[in-house]
Structures are given as structure tokens and as C-alpha cells.
Design a protein. Structure first.
Length: 135
């Protein structure tokens, strides 16, 4: 992730001469040769400007292992504030599912020799707390 100082698509530059295919060939060949991919971006499209020319030259490129490990990750292109470059941000916090957990009961458990005793003993453990917790 960082400033690659080059563009990879014609749409990645605005405000100066037209982009020629040869300008983007080397960088795109590098991306292809290393089996990398651009991450998904949210926020601003252009990452660098001098207030006349706008370019997308800051990127986060990742390999397929990264994409499989963090499929919902994206790059946040933030406001540049005092810089001519927009900072890129990737949050690496673990995404946790907040919904209810699915209850699964495996029928093979009942065939275990101590199954009934474990269930009976568990039901006989006194529960503390409010009546709602004990019901």
C-alpha cells in the first residue's frame, strides 16, 4: 500500500493530457506478473492533486491469499487535509457476526454411553440469578 506514482487506468487521471496506453503498460504488467489485485476502494476516487490535475496514484494491492483471508476488506480513501495525497486506511479488526448462533444437535451424541448421566447432572445444577435466568 502506498504511492506508486503511476496510474493503471485511463480514468485514473484528470486535468492534463490524454493518457496513452504505453503510460500504464509497465505498471499493469507488474500487477499481472506478481498476481496482485487492487483492493476495493470507498471514499474519494483521486488520491493526489495539485488542485488542477487529479490522479489515483496511491493504491493498496494485494495477492489472492489476502483476498481469501479478508474478503470484506476495502481501502478507505480519506480526506488529504494538509497534504497533496489522500491517506489510505485499512482496518484489520476481526469482523464478528452479531446475529444469533445456530443451535446444532448431533444425533450421534445420544449414542455415547454417558449421555443420559451428563444431561441429568446438568439439569440438577442449581441456577442463581433472577427467576428469568432459572426458568
Amino acid at each position: 500500500m502506498g504511492d506508486f506514482n503511476t496510474i493503471s487506468h485511463i480514468e485514473d487521471r484528470q486535468g492534463e493530457a490524454l493518457v496513452h496506453r504505453m503510460e500504464i503498460k509497465d505498471f499493469n504488467d507488474y500487477i499481472e506478473d506478481t498476481n496482485m489485485n487492487d483492493m476495493r476502494y470507498i471514499g474519494r476516487w483521486f488520491t493526489w492533486t495539485n488542485n488542477y490535475v487529479f490522479r489515483k496514484i496511491d493504491r493498496a494491492i494485494v495477492n489472492s491469499e489476502w483476498m481469501l483471508r479478508f474478503p470484506q476488506k476495502e481501502v478507505i480513501v480519506m480526506d488529504p487535509n494538509l497534504s497533496d495525497h489522500s491517506p489510505l486506511c485499512i482496518s484489520l479488526d476481526e469482523v464478528t457476526f452479531k446475529g444469533p448462533k445456530t443451535f446444532r444437535f448431533l444425533n450421534c451424541i445420544v449414542e455415547h454411553s454417558s449421555f443420559l448421566k451428563v444431561v441429568k447432572d446438568a439439569w440438577e445444577i442449581p441456577m442463581g440469578g433472577s427467576w428469568m435466568n432459572r426458568a
